[in-house]
Design a protein around this ligand. Structure first.
Ligand SMILES: [Zn+2]
Length: 305
C-alpha cells in the first residue's frame, strides 16, 4: 500500500511538472507560428504597396510639376467620394441610366478661347467656363461668345492671385464680387457657380476654406471641384494624347464626371486634344456631354461641414 501511494505521489509530481512545461511549449510554438504568419502578411503588404505606389504616382509624375501636384492631388479624394455616392444612386435607382460628362475650362478667356468655342460648336457640345477677370478689349467678345453659344459662364477668380485672394475671407469676397459684377456688366449674366483656384482642397489658402464655402452658401452660390483631371494644369508640356488618356481612363467607372481642363495661352495641347476627347466620350454608351446647371450634383474635394 505504501509503495503504491508512493508511486502515485511520484506520478502526480511528474504531472505537475509536465503540464505547465508542455503548456509553455505549446504557447511558444503558437507564438512562432503566428509570428511567421505576421511576417508573411507584412511582406505581402509591402509588396502590394510597392505595386500601388508607382501606379498612383504615374498620373502625376508623367507631366506633373511640383506646384500643380500640390494643388491638384485632391482629385483622388473626390473620386472616392463620387464612387460612394455612385453606389448610393445605383441602389436608389437613377431616373435615367445616362452618364453625364462635364467639360470644364479654367483660367480663360485666353488666346485659345476662340478655338475651343469653335471646336465645341463643331461638335454641338456645351461646356462650362470658370473664367477670370480680363479687362482688355480683345477678351470682351469671348465672354459674350461663351454665353451666346449656350455654355455656362462660371466664376474662378478675378485676379487668380493665390497670395491675394486667400489672405482673408474679405479679400476672397472682394475678388469674387469684382468678378461677378464685371461679368454681369460684360454679359448680363449674374453668375452663381464658382471654382476655387487650386480647388477647395488647395493647400495654399491662409483662410480656412470652410469659411469661404460658408460664404458661398450664404450667397446661394455653389462651387464645383472635379473628379477627373486632364493633367493639363502642368506647366511642363503634356501631349494631346496624354490629355485624352487622362480624361477618359476612368470615365466608364463614373456616373458623373467633371473633367478639369484649362483655357490658357500656352496650353495648345488642350485645344488639340479636344476633338479626340469629345469623339471618345460621345462614342461611349449612354453618355452625354452637358454644361453645369442647377441639376448638376457638385463634386466637392472637402466636406461642407
Ligand atoms: Zn485656375
Amino acid at each position: 500500500m505504501g509503495a503504491q501511494r508512493d508511486a502515485h505521489f511520484q506520478l502526480m509530481k511528474r504531472l505537475l511538472v509536465i503540464i505547465p512545461l508542455s503548456t509553455i511549449l505549446i504557447l511558444m510554438i503558437l507564438c512562432v507560428v503566428l509570428g511567421v504568419n505576421l511576417y508573411d502578411a507584412k511582406r505581402e503588404l509591402r509588396a502590394l504597396r510597392g505595386q500601388a505606389a508607382p501606379a498612383m504616382a504615374e498620373n502625376w509624375t508623367a507631366e506633373g510639376e511640383r506646384l500643380s501636384r500640390e494643388l491638384y492631388t485632391a482629385s483622388g479624394v473626390s473620386e472616392f467620394r463620387r464612387d460612394m455616392s455612385d453606389a448610393d444612386s445605383a441602389v436608389a435607382g437613377t431616373e435615367d441610366g445616362e452618364r453625364k460628362v462635364y467639360l470644364t475650362f479654367d483660367d480663360g478667356p485666353s488666346s485659345n478661347t476662340g478655338k475651343i468655342l469653335d471646336i465645341l460648336a463643331e461638335y454641338n457640345v456645351k461646356a462650362t467656363f470658370f473664367v477670370v477677370g480680363k479687362e482688355e478689349e480683345k477678351y470682351q467678345p469671348l465672354y459674350k461668345r461663351i454665353v451666346e453659344e449656350g455654355h455656362t459662364l462660371a466664376m474662378h477668380s478675378y485676379s487668380h492671385k493665390y497670395n491675394e485672394i486667400y489672405q482673408s475671407r474679405e479679400s476672397y469676397v472682394e475678388d469674387l464680387t469684382k468678378l461677378q459684377e464685371f461679368l454681369y456688366d460684360t454679359t448680363g449674366v449674374w453668375c452663381r457657380y464658382c471654382r476655387f483656384p487650386g480647388g477647395s482642397s488647395n493647400t495654399v489658402s491662409s483662410v480656412d476654406m470652410h469659411e469661404l464655402i460658408d460664404y458661398l452658401e450664404e450667397q446661394d452660390m455653389s462651387y464645383f471641384d472635379w473628379n477627373v483631371s486632364s493633367g493639363d494644369a502642368s506647366s511642363v508640356y503634356i501631349s494631346p494624347e496624354a490629355i485624352v488618356r487622362n480624361s477618359t481612363a476612368k470615365l466608364s467607372e463614373l456616373k458623373e464626371a467633371i473633367i478639369l481642363l484649362h483655357d490658357a495661352s500656352g496650353k495648345e495641347s488642350t485645344v488639340d486634344a479636344l476633338p479626340k476627347l469629345i469623339e471618345q466620350i460621345q462614342s461611349m454608351e449612354d453618355t452625354k456631354i452637358v454644361p453645369i446647371t442647377d441639376e448638376t450634383e457638385p463634386i466637392h474635394h472637402i466636406s461642407n461641414e
